[in-house]
Design a protein around this ligand. Structure first.
Ligand code: SF4
Ligand code: SF4
Length: 74
């Protein structure tokens, strides 16, 4: 299992990127439906530590489950 960044909730703050111990969070191409930058988690490398969820300032942007239907990968 992995954590998920909900692409259309994320606002691209990027606190999660530097906090991730395995560097598995990358920026998505273009903008999300809110017109902001967004990031995505590589499900294959995520170790489910939950640190990204603790540092993200945006309620609901990160989920502690793997939801490919809510996360754009690029
Ligand atoms: S998931 Fe949260 S901390 Fe990570 S880029 Fe999006 S808003 Fe920022
Ligand atoms: S749960 Fe941990 S390993 Fe997975 S994306 Fe978040 S910080 Fe990175």
């Amino acid at each position: 299992m992995a954590h998920t960044i909900v692409s259309d909730v994320c606002e691209g703050v990027a606190d999660c990127v530097d906090a991730c111990p395995v560097a598995c969070i990358d920026q998505g191409d273009g903008k999300n439906s809110k017109g902001t930058d967004y990031f995505w988690i590589n499900f294959d490398n995520c170790i489910d530590c939950g640190i990204c969820l603790q540092v993200c300032p945006l309620e609901g942007a990160i989920l502690a489950e793997e939801r490919s239907d809510l996360q754009k990968r690029r």
